[in-house]
Design a protein around this ligand. Structure first.
Ligand SMILES: Cc1ncc(COP(=O)(O)O)c(C=O)c1O
Length: 434
């Protein structure tokens, strides 16, 4: 049985004549003849162009926190766009969004909006460099902070290209990135506390920013080890380095106040996108007033679409709902049932597996005992993971086809969806065992 239907296959052929790979982002290409093309979504489901329904655990790589085509968000967007979508002037709604974000996210004193996570991290890095007068950025292997040239290093690079873990080689994740930018980047394995301390001792005074995802949500959802984020906080403070927490995936997903609330950690700057607008184009970066207030005083930031009405209205409606109802708690309960159920299925079938992440965004690595960095994660049985995912997709359950990508849950996933998923997985895992 093919992974996708005949209409997806023919749309892919048509698309490939005018769009590279037939998709508008490389991450959506699963391969020739196996890439699904979508027609619509509602709640926790999407339908492909062949009419197949899937329980969606991709959720557009995380933005859909409430559900697809969520009525309360769409209603607010439609109401607002009828008054015009873009003015290049500031309106009251975006001020309210910034106020709500400041109320919900610890340490967020001032905020600027953007349209994508890539822009948010790019701007935060500019501000950090301007604030410190330094150039070097420290990032961790396996973390992804968007497509711009300053951070697209050692994201999904093969482990043997990354050198020794004591002195990693930063690897550009694309052709076209100027090699000279490699002089401005230091990479380290995630969770390597000794390596981090050593590097800060050697280079701390030259580093403008340490940027990290709180959890490696672009590489198997690897959790920070206890004390890791705290060590980053402590050492960045000691060396006058800006600590940028990239909450593009964790923000408004693992807690109303994101990872800063969840871990009780305070970064200097944080970046948001995805769940902030339940699928509409909106992002933000912000943090300490002392740092953010240099914007406009010799520090550039702008963007024609930064306060686009659909994005701002969606953020307004999404944040209002998150504040009013225990939405993330509900997602957590259902996600926990799913995680526990999947763990049980693997255990009953004698397949060793390590789960990581949070009920709202988790992953599992097969055949390993411990995963603390991309280097460990790369040793897991990715072939088996992909086999399970493909069998699930054939049966109407859709995690992402990319092994690195976690499973996401939203408010619209019901207990019945979780049960259906577990029944399907139980059947598939038994098959693997045989
Ligand atoms: C942690 C993180 N930062 C930044 C980005 C870039 O966001 P965008 O795709 O909106 O540019 C992503 C995208 O997945 C992300 O996961």
């Amino acid at each position: 049985m093919s992974l996708v239907g005949i209409k997806s296959q023919s749309l892919q052929k048509r698309a490939q004549k005018v769009i590279p790979l037939g998709v508008n982002s490389n991450f959506r290409y699963w391969g020739d003849g196996i890439t699904p093309y979508v027609s619509r979504g509602k709640g926790a489901y999407i339908w492909d162009v062949d009419g197949n329904r899937f329980i969606d655990y991709r959720l557009a790589f995380g933005p859909i926190i409430l559900g697809h085509a969520f009525d309360e968000v769409d209603k607010k967007v439609i109401e607002e766009i009828k008054q015009g979508t873009l003015f290049a002037l500031t309106g009251e709604l975006e001020i309210e969004v910034a106020e709500m974000m400041a109320e919900m996210c610890p340490g967020l004193e001032m905020i600027r909006t953007a349209c994508s996570g890539t822009e948010a991290t790019m701007h935060a890095i500019r501000v950090a460099r301007a604030y410190t007068g330094r150039n070097i950025i420290l990032k961790f292997e396996g973390n992804y902070h968007g497509l711009h040239d300053h951070v697209l290093w050692s994201t999904y690079s093969p482990v043997d290209a990354m050198g020794n873990a004591r002195s990693p080689i930063p690897v550009p994740s694309s052709s076209g990135i100027p090699k000279t930018l490699g002089e401005l980047i230091i990479t380290l394995p995630f969770n390597d506390m000794d390596g981090f301390e050593r590097t800060m001792r050697s280079y701390g005074e030259q580093i403008a920013a340490v940027i990290t995802e709180p959890n490696q949500a672009n590489c198997g959802a690897i959790n920070p080890q206890p004390g890791f984020l705290e060590l980053i906080r402590q050492k960045t403070e000691e060396y006058g380095v800006v600590f940028i927490l990239d909450e593009v995936k964790t923000g408004f997903r693992i807690a109303n106040g994101g990872a800063q609330e969840y871990y009780g950690i305070r970064a200097d700057l944080a970046t948001y996108a995805k769940a902030l607008g339940n699928g509409y184009p909106i992002a933000a970066f912000g943090g300490k007033q002392e740092i953010m207030s240099i914007i406009g005083h010799g520090v550039a930031h702008g963007g024609t679409y930064n306060n686009n009405k659909p994005g701002i209205a969606a953020a307004y409606a999404t944040l209002k709902l998150l504040q009013a109802k225990p939405i993330l708690k509900t997602i957590e309960q259902r996600g926990k049932r799913l995680m526990d159920g999947l763990k049980r299925i693997f255990t009953e079938n004698g397949i060793p597996v390590v789960f990581s992440g949070y009920p709202a965004m988790f992953s599992f690595a097969i055949g390993v005992e411990k995963v603390t960095s991309q280097r460990d994660w790369a040793m897991s049985d990715q072939k088996m993971y992909l086999y399970l995912v493909e069998e699930a997709i054939k049966r109407g359950v859709m995690p992402d086809h990319d092994v690195r990508e976690p499973w996401y849950l939203c408010y619209s996933h019901s207990d019945a969806d979780i049960d259906e998923t577990l029944n399907i997985f139980s059947e598939i895992v038994k098959k693997v065992k045989k």
